[in-house]
Design a protein around this ligand. Sequence first.
Ligand code: PHE
Length: 350
Amino acid sequence: MNNYIEKMNGLKIEIEDKLNNVLSSKELNELKVTYLSKKGPIGELSSLMKDLSIDEKKEFGKVLNEFKDGINALFDSKKEEIESLELAKKIDAEKIDVTLPSTKIPIGSSNILERVVEEFEEVFMSMGYDVVDGPEIEEDKYNFELLGLPKGHPARDAQDTFYVKGDELLMRSHTSPVQARVMTSKNGEEPVRVICPGKAYRRDDDDATHSHQFTQVEGLIVDKNIKLSDLKGTVTVICKHLFGSDTVTRFRPSYYQFTEPSVEMDISCFNCKGKGCNICKNTGWITIGGAGVVHYDVLKGCGYDPNIWSGFAFGFGAERCAMLKYGINDIRIFYNTDLRELKAFDRREG
Ligand code: PHE
């Protein structure tokens, strides 16, 4: 018996010694197989039982079980130690340095044309105007006829139009048909205060200042006692807001079939403050759109009694305004898809 106990003690020291050098789960498993499998040294000890007497068996069995439990406990605690070591290693390997600079994902930004339109919308909304929409494929009736341009009228030529179907459907050549649409929808009974920003199309050859597609910000007010002076006041406030508080406005007599009187709207050149430079072609003034008092016949044709109601309308060229505001000299830039150009817009101050 003592022999066996000595052997067990020896084995225990040997195992403890080997366990001390184990560094991974793999090594630990291998060691476990070597010592704890049936054919291992502990298994061999068990097989000695068969040569003992019953009493010895009892005693030896007890000692052997305690020994086995002790060895298993040694393996278990080593397992725990190794697992926590391995976990620490894994966490260390997967550690993320949150202070490292990240990969930049480029984000989009709004086109400056869009920004200028939004500025128009904001300032008009603050003055109680609604923003409305109209179709870009328009009926001849709204684009021309209700605006005092019957078929065959020579002034139609000035708005070289894309026709879509026969001579009835066209790509709107200005945003003024929205005036006619809004007015006819009110049955001549309600006041109107709207702006309609949107695209318009003309058969222009594209160059630095012309594009077959362009953007207008149309405005219309219909109420009682609306006069040309109201138009001047409104446009002046808007221009000061958009182009700077020292902006001066000028209204030159002009001609549109749907307004009477009609005006051309100019602002003092924001660059030279009216002294004359290459932006304003040395005139000191820059034209930004057309406007006028809504024509008697237009009010009437759209269901309003012109003896009670009056109004004014205006159309700003949005590209023109954006070009002036951001110092751009080619209208085509708004419609190309060159990201370098578009990025440059972000750095431009209005
Ligand atoms: N529709 C005109 C144009 O395209 C501009 C305008 C709008 C003029 C409203 C008067 C009133 O040139």
